[in-house]
Design a protein around this ligand. Structure first.
Ligand code: HEM
Length: 363
C-alpha cells in the first residue's frame, strides 16, 4: 500500500489513510492543518484531543509535574516491582508475559506515581481495565454496554481522585497529584477537573501501550532467538532494542487527525473536515527512511521511529514507558534462560490501531 497507494481514501471508514514516513511526519508536524479534535471527546477534552494554544498551556503545566527527574527517580521502584512480580511466577517454570508482568507492572507504577495507596490497587486496576477494554462483539448493544461501563468507571475514578486531591491539597506529599496541584505558570494553575481528566488520561494512554511494548519486545526475542542471545550477552543493547521494538512492532500503529482546511498530501486532495489516519506502523518500515526496514537491528542508530508520535502531541509518557521497557527486558533476560513461546497461535488484540496480543505464554 505504501508503494502503490501511499495516500488513499477508505470508502468504508470515510477517512484518508497515509502510509509514507515523509507524509505522516508532515501531518504530525502541522497541528494547525491537522487537528487532534477528532470529535471523539465523549468524556470531555484531554491533552490528547486539544489543539493550540490550549494544548501548549496545559502541556506546559503538566510538564512541570511529569519531569524526567520525577520519572528517573522511579527506576529503583520499577526494578523491585518487576522482581516481585517475577518471583511470584518463576518457580512454576512458565509464565504469561502479558498477565504476569506486562499488565500489572505499568498499573502498579502509575498507581504509585499518582499516590494511590496499595490497599486500593485492585480497585484501581479494575477501573483501568474497564477504560481500555474494547467492544466484545460488534453489535450496537455491545457498543452501548462498553460505553456505559466506561462511564461508570470514569465517574467512580473521578470521585476517588477527588478525595485524593482534597487530601493532598491540605497535606501535600511527594507524588504526581501534589505536583499537579502546585504547578503554576504566570499565576495560573490547573483546575480540579483538568487534573482529574489528566489522571484518567494517564491510565488510558499509558497502561495498555506499555503492556504491549514489553510483550512485543519479548515476542520478538522468541521469534528471533539469535537476537535474544545477542542482547542477553550484550545488555548495553537493551536501550536501543527497546527503541527498535517501538519501530518494528509499535504498540500504537495509527494516529488520527482531522483536516482543518483543504490540503494536498502525496498528490491527493484532502478536504476540510475529513478524517486522516497516519499509519505509523507503515511509516516506521519505510525504506526511504530506514535502511533494511524489515530487519530488526538491536543496535539501530539513528532510529527516528514515530512509535511515540511526533510534534506537539509527542507521547508525554515516553520516558516512563522507555524506562519500564528497559528494566523489564533487562531483568527478564538476566533471570530467565532461553525464552520460548509455548503456543503455536497468537491471540491478537482486536483493534486496528493497537499492535499487541492478549496473552503470551513462555517457558
Ligand atoms: C501521547 C504512544 C506510553 C501518556 C501519545 C502518542 C502516541 C503514544 C503515539 C501521540 C498521540 C497523538 O499524536 O495523537 C505511546 C506508547 C507508549 C505510551 C507506544 C508505550 C510504549 C505512555 C505512558 C503515559 C503516556 C506510560 C503516561 C503515563 C501520554 C499522554 C499523551 C500521549 C498524556 C498525550 C500527549 C499530548 O497530547 O500532548 N502516546 N504512549 N503514554 N501519551 Fe503515550
Amino acid at each position: 500500500l505504501r508503494e502503490s497507494t501511499p495516500v488513499r481514501f477508505d470508502e468504508d471508514r470515510e477517512s484518508w489513510d497515509v502510509f509514507r514516513y515523509e507524509d505522516v511526519h508532515r501531518i504530525l508536524k502541522d497541528p494547525a492543518t491537522f487537528s487532534s479534535r477528532r470529535g471523539l471527546e465523549v468524556r470531555g477534552e484531554t491533552l490528547l484531543t486539544m489543539d493550540q494554544p490550549k494544548h501548549t498551556h496545559m502541556r506546559n503545566l503538566v510538564n512541570k509535574a511529569f519531569t524526567p527527574k520525577a520519572i528517573n527517580d522511579l527506576a529503583p521502584r520499577i526494578t523491585s516491582i518487576t522482581h516481585d512480580l517475577l518471583d511470584q511466577v518463576l518457580s512454576k517454570g512458565q509464565m504469561d508475559i502479558v498477565h504476569d508482568l506486562a499488565t500489572p507492572l505499568p498499573v502498579i507504577v502509575i498507581a504509585e506515581l499518582l499516590g494511590v495507596p496499595s490497599k486500593d490497587r485492585k480497585l484501581f486496576k479494575d477501573w483501568s481495565d474497564t477504560l481500555v477494554k474494547g467492544v466484545e462483539g460488534n453489535s450496537q448493544e455491545a457498543f452501548a454496554k462498553m460505553v456505559a461501563e466506561r462511564d461508570v468507571a470514569v465517574r467512580e475514578l473521578s470521585e476517588y481522585f477527588r478525595a485524593i486531591l482534597a487530601e493532598r491539597r491540605s497535606k501535600p506529599e511527594d507524588d504526581l497529584v501534589s505536583a499537579l496541584l502546585e504547578a503554576e505558570i504566570d499565576g495560573e494553575k490547573l483546575e480540579e477537573d483538568e487534573i482529574l481528566q489528566f489522571c484518567i488520561l494517564l491510565l488510558v494512554a499509558g497502561n495498555e501501550t506499555t503492556t504491549n511494548l514489553i510483550t512485543n519486545a519479548i515476542r520478538l526475542m522468541t521469534e528471533q532467538p539469535a537476537i535474544q542471545e545477542q542482547v542477553r550477552t550484550h545488555p548495553e543493547l537493551v536501550k536501543t532494542t527497546v527503541e527498535e521494538t517501538l519501530r518494528y512492532y509499535p504498540p500504537i500503529v495509527a494516529i488520527g487527525r482531522v483536516a482543518t482546511e483543504d490540503v494536498e498530501i502525496g498528490g491527493q486532495q484532502i478536504q476540510k473536515g475529513q478524517q486522516v489516519v497516519s499509519w505509523v506502523g507503515s511509516a516506521n518500515r519505510d525504506p526511504d527512511k530506514f535502511e533494511d526496514p524489515d530487519t530488526f537491528l538491536p543496535d539501530r542508530k539513528p532510529n527516528a521511529h514515530m512509535g511515540f508520535g511526533f510534534g506537539i502531541h509527542f507521547c508525554l509518557g515516553a520516558p516512563l514507558a522507555r524506562l519500564e521497557g528497559q528494566i523489564a527486558l533487562e531483568i527478564l533476560l538476566s533471570k530467565l534462560g532461553d525464552m520460548q513461546f509455548t503456543k503455536s497461535k497468537l491471540s491478537p488484540i482486536p483493534s486496528p490501531f493497537v499492535f499487541g496480543v492478549k496473552s503470551y505464554p513462555i517457558t
